[in-house]
Design a protein around this ligand. Structure first.
Ligand SMILES: [Zn+2]
Length: 259
């Protein structure tokens, strides 16, 4: 029997011999017979819903005159079921600054396309974060080094993926945490003798001595709360690398050049 298809074809299935063998359930409307329990994964032919949820992040870089606003919109798959998940669907970047319009548009289109392809899209974070600006990067508040504006866009995508549960921070083990605390205490103890020498100047009453000592200690800390002389750790990009017993040691992530 010939059937004229009046509507646009949105999908099709090939009828296999075993499908024919199965006893056709009496005249049930096709819609009801469709499997309901199927878990939908991200794939490129998924249609964009009218409304998406998302977040906008502000990037202020000394390399740019104006701030960049990065918006990541997510699609919620299998809403209301135990398989509910949020996946990034598209990314937009807005700025007053039009100097970089060309590559920004290209980057947002490619990132959005990667998101829609599905699969593991978290690799994009490392790819972006590894981009170095040959003119040099910059430090963000908190002492984290950004090698380029593209790297910071990568950091924003990472932050977003963490917030929707796509990337999980590897939990620092208690042993590592204890080791870092121990190293930090040892470093501060070794650095202490230099502090009292600076304090006695103008220290009148015994009452303000602890306060001035605290101020002196604060002056020995950088923006991220690590010793002022700390250098950049290549592993966590934080100014927290100090020299201990002739060995570069990171007081943030525990990285040590001597293992
Ligand atoms: Zn580190």
């Amino acid at each position: 029997m010939a059937i004229k298809i009046e509507k646009k074809i949105k999908g099709y299935n090939v009828v296999k011999p075993e499908d024919k063998a199965a006893p056709a359930p009496a005249p049930v409307p096709v819609k009801e017979a469709a499997p309901v329990a199927e878990v939908i994964q991200m794939h490129e032919s998924l249609e964009r819903p009218e409304t998406l949820v998302g977040s906008t992040y502000k990037i202020k870089s000394p390399l740019f005159e104006h701030a960049l606003y990065v918006t990541v919109n997510d699609i919620v798959l299998n809403a209301g079921t135990k398989h509910e998940m949020r996946r990034p669907f598209e990314l937009f970047i807005n700025s007053k600054n039009m100097d970089h319009f060309q590559w920004i548009v290209a980057l947002t289109r490619i990132l959005s396309a990667v998101f829609r392809k599905g699969g593991d899209v978290t690799f994009i974070v490392e790819e972006l974060k590894a981009v170095f600006d040959p003119r040099g990067g910059y430090f963000k508040a908190g002492g984290v080094y950004m090698p380029s504006i593209v790297a910071e866009i990568g950091a924003v995508v990472e932050q977003h993926m963490k917030s929707i549960g796509l990337i999980h921070d590897p939990e620092m083990s208690d042993a590592t945490r204890a080791l870092i605390a121990e190293k930090r205490a040892a470093y501060e103890k070794a650095a202490k003798p230099a502090v009292p020498a600076a304090v006695p100047v103008g220290a009148g009453s015994a009452g303000d001595a602890p306060a001035s000592q605290a101020a002196a200690e604060a002056a020995h800390m950088n923006a991220s709360g690590f010793p002022a002389g700390a250098t950049l750790c290549a592993k966590c990009n934080t100014q927290a690398l100090v020299l201990m017993d002739g060995c570069q040691t990171c007081l943030n992530c525990g990285y040590s050049k001597c293992g």
